[in-house]
Design a protein around this ligand. Structure first.
Ligand code: C5P
Length: 210
C-alpha cells in the first residue's frame, strides 16, 4: 500500500514548497492538485472560452494529462484566480478528484497538496497537515515573489485577490477548503520556509514511526 501525505491550505501558505520537499526527502511522488484546476482554467482562457460553462469545462478536465502539467506556465496569479472559478463546478471536481485519487496509489508513496485532500481526495491518508498563515503575510509573500521576478504588482490588489480566493474556496458548497478533523495544524505566519518544512517533516516522521 502506498503511504499518503495529504497537505491542504490556502494560497501562499507554504504548502507547495513543503510538499515538494517532503516528497523529495521520502522518495515519494508529488502532485500539486492546484495545477489540475489551473490547467483546466488555462485551456479555457487560451481558447477564449467561458470559465463557467459546465460542459466545456468537463470536456477540458477529461482531456487533461497529469504528466503534462507545467508549474512555470501555470503559476501566474491570474490563472490561480480563474482556477478557483473552475473549481466551484462539482462535475469538474469529480473528474479531477478521480485522477488525483489514482495518483495517490503510486508506490512507495505520494504527497498530494491542495484544498480538499484530507477531507475528500484522500480521507484515509496516513498523515494530514493543514498549512496556513495570516492573509497579509501570504499576500506579502506573493508580492515579493512577483517583484523578484520583475513583475509589477500592486500589494493591495494581491491582498484583495488572496482574500477573495480564500472566500471563494472556503465558502463553496462542494468540497470547501477546511482543516480535516484529524489534520495537524501548521501556522507558518511567523516561520521562514525552512522552519516550516522542518515542522512538517517532524509531523510526517512521527506518523511513519507510529
Ligand atoms: O493551490 P493553487 O493556488 O494552485 O490552486 C488554485 C485553485 O484551484 C484554488 O484557489 C482552488 O480554487 C482550486 N483548488 C481546489 N482544490 C484543490 C486544489 C486547488 O479547489 N485540491
Amino acid at each position: 500500500m502506498s503511504f499518503v501525505i495529504a497537505i491542504d491550505g490556502p494560497a501562499a501558505s507554504g504548502k507547495g514548497t513543503i510538499s515538494r520537499r517532503l516528497a523529495r526527502e521520502n522518495g515519494f511522488h508529488h502532485l500539486d492538485t492546484g495545477l489540475t484546476y489551473r490547467a483546466v482554467a488555462k485551456a479555457l482562457l487560451d481558447q477564449n472560452l467561458p470559465l463557467d460553462d459546465v460542459s466545456i469545462a468537463e470536456k477540458t478536465a477529461y482531456e487533461l494529462d497529469l504528466s503534462d502539467l507545467d508549474p512555470e506556465v501555470l503559476a501566474v496569479h491570474e490563472i490561480g484566480n480563474a482556477a478557483s472559478k473552475v473549481a466551484v463546478m462539482s462535475s469538474v471536481r469529480k473528474i479531477l478528484v478521480k485522477a488525483q485519487q489514482d495518483f495517490s496509489l503510486k508506490l512507495p508513496g505520494a504527497v498530494l497538496d491542495g484544498r480538499d485532500i484530507g477531507t475528500v481526495v484522500c480521507p484515509n491518508a496516513d498523515v494530514k497537515i493543514f498549512v496556513t498563515a495570516d492573509a497579509d503575510v501570504r499576500a506579502k509573500r506573493r508580492y515579493d515573489e512577483a517583484v523578484s521576478k520583475g513583475r509589477d504588482l500592486n500589494y493591495d490588489h494581491v491582498l484583495a485577490d488572496i482574500k477573495a480566493r480564500d472566500a471563494r474556496d472556503s465558502e463553496r458548497k462542494d468540497s470547501p477548503m477546511r482543516q480535516a478533523d484529524d489534520a495537524l495544524l501548521l501556522d507558518t505566519s511567523k516561520m521562514d520556509i525552512e522552519t516550516a518544512f522542518q515542522a512538517a517533516k517532524a509531523m510526517v516522521d512521527a506518523a511513519k514511526n507510529a
